[in-house]
Ligand binder design. Sequence first.
Ligand code: ZN
Length: 387
Amino acid sequence: MHTQKLFYEDCSLRQFTACVTGCQKTDKGYAVTLDRTAFYPEGGGQACDTGILGSARVLDVRESDGQIIHLCDSPLSPGETAEGRIDYDRRFDLMQQHSGEHIVSGIVHKRFGFHNVGFHMGADVMEVDFDGFIPPEAIAQIELEANKAVWANLPVRCWYPSPEELPHVTYRTKRILPWPVRIVDIPDIDTCACCGIHVAATGQIGIIKILSCVKFRGGVRLEISCGARATTYLNRIFEENRQVSQAFSAKPLETGAAAHRMNELLAAEKFRCAGLQKQLFEKLAADYTGKGDVLVFYPGLTSAEIRELAEKIASSCNGTAAVLCEGKGRLDVCLVNLHGDVKELGSAMSQALGGRGGGKHGFFQGSLTTDRKAAEDFFARFGFDIS
Ligand SMILES: [Zn+2]
């Protein structure tokens, strides 16, 4: 028996009563059927409604052969009259997204002739795919036109044209559909075959925001957000920008320029620091001229800097330079000898001081799980000059 679809008769219906016509236990809950329902089943890219039916929670709603099946968390008795209440906040959000998508798709189709070939309503944003390239500079125009359609508060008409009327209706569709076809029309904006539920008038959408446009499968993918979802998202961006504005002491509309300036400043400072460090390492290395094997502790170096310092010292000490740097719970180490092998020393050190790492011939780099004192004792045994 077909279920009477109250959601098509009144898209704002939140509460209704119906007679339970069946209830079957499944592995996910209880599959309940009614003689009529305001619960929209998943379909046309729109997620299903959830809510309360009698004393049960409605977790999922599907349609099968004209019958709407409500997956409930507890059973209902066939023959009983149950009151249904849909989660209208969720439904209204989904209607705002879906109607907003029709407006954008209609405008893109009118302006460019491209078709909506993919539609996904995610938890945060909607993704809509078009089969042609939309230049990025056109996005702001499309968005403005879409919002003008919202401000005009146009009626959204959903109906089933008769077999005689249907051939005279021009509408967007992904495939040839058998009669009856449900048409959703927004005057001068869009006419589309669709089984979803829509707001009664476009003003209810509130706002349409196109968040991004990227190339996708020979066309583009737009990320769109409408209504309360869009304002929530934009408020989050606003708050992030407020923090950036405060951190950079920049006006809210000048944070981008401030971030670019900061990046340039940072790059210049890095360059200056690298120059100063080079000079410092050369000066340090000069102190070890002709000293033979030396152990040097130096704080706060990256692994590249440890290697650079070890190579500089090795070039002046005429022996093996061992540079150690205290890291988080470990000692970073680099051994360099420009004229000899450090392989044996490296493996003895790894064994004695819990080391890891590797290298070749006159070079070894790694880390030790030991403290400074134990490391000094080890290198002292090998005759290193400790400084
Ligand atoms: Zn639709």
